[in-house]
Design a protein around this ligand. Structure first.
Ligand code: G1P
Length: 292
């Protein structure tokens, strides 16, 4: 087995209008909504950094300027905090600028996830890269992306994260046709975006983590609009499969769909419950709001 090239860059698509969170998202990018006490985007960037990623490429769109400032240093705020806040708070703010190099590219038109990833082609260059969808928050011991990187078998392979979903939900996902291997890994024999349940090749759904070779971009350039009339990443990967091996990894951890209000709330509760000092007060608060 050849040594795998290190994966140093991650593309994080964040160009969507956030329709499920309107009207909030008229003024605030969805990715800045708090999941308990940190914005959604921070979980994605922290996971990337904890998985060895050095450069994050955020794909944004018009109206999302606030997102672009979030990971930059802020001298005035830091000077204020030096005088008026605890060192922890100051440290938390400073840390944002040191997690990874963050660069931005605009997706000018909402043509789909595959098109958003293709927008990052020049910034990624000719090297393997990761994709993290910030709506899919994965709470795990070892970061989910790191688990995918561990699962790579060769330098040109792709790996996608998958989990089992109930059959009636397959139409919301990219779904793989798996050939089981050992240790939670499958070889991907085919993939289809948002299939009707009776046409789905399995109930293994792709969730938002990918490790991909640079040839993915050539495939995305050849990908025609598919489900919902959009250029789908899944369809690009189906083309990639003609020349490259693609694996699917059933990661360890709990995935939350923070792209819908109830899912974001649930993920917030899960994060807060994991903090020892908050568990008791949160359970008490929940008892108080539950009807008698
Ligand atoms: C996107 C991808 C889909 C994937 C899903 C995971 O769909 O197109 O293949 O299964 O993310 O969350 P979306 O949620 O944008 O409809």
């Amino acid at each position: 087995m050849e040594a795998s090239l290190p994966v140093k860059k991650a593309v994080i698509p964040a160009a969507g209008v956030g329709a499920r969170f309107l009207p909030v998202t008229k003024a605030v990018p969805k990715e800045l909504l708090p999941l308990f006490d940190k914005p959604l985007i921070q979980y994605a960037v922290e996971e990337a950094a904890a998985s060895g990623i050095e450069e994050v490429i955020l794909v944004t769109s018009q109206g999302k300027e606030a997102l672009e400032g979030y990971f930059e240093g802020n001298d005035a705020l830091e000077r204020f905090l030096e005088q008026n806040a605890s060192p922890d708070v100051l440290q938390g703010v400073r840390r944002l600028a040191s997690l990874a190099r963050v660069s931005y590219v605009r997706q000018e038109r909402p043509l789909g996830l595959g098109h958003a990833v293709l927008t990052a082609k020049e910034l990624v260059g000719n090297e393997p890269f990761a994709v993290i969808l910030p709506d899919d928050v994965i709470l795990s011991g070892r970061p989910a992306l790191a688990q995918l990187l561990d699962a790579r078998r060769g330098p040109t392979d792709g790996v996608v994260a998958v989990e089992e979903v109930p059959s009636h939900l397959v139409g919301s996902y990219g779904v793989i046709a798996p050939e089981p291997l050992s240790g939670g890994l499958c070889r991907v024999r085919g993939l289809v975006e948002k299939p009707a349940p009776e046409q789905a090749p399995s109930n293994l759904a792709i969730v938002g983590r990918y490790v991909l070779p640079p040839e993915t971009f050539d495939c995305l350039e050849r990908t025609r609009p598919g489900a919902k009339g959009e250029i789908q990443l899944t369809d690009g990967l189906a083309l990639l499969l003609e020349t490259r091996d693609l694996y699917a990894c059933r990661f360890e951890g709990r995935r939350h769909d923070a792209g819908v209000p109830l899912g974001l709330l649930k993920a917030s509760l899960a994060v807060a419950l994991e903090r020892e000092e908050l568990r008791g007060p949160l359970l008490e608060a929940m008892r108080q709001v539950l009807p008698n």
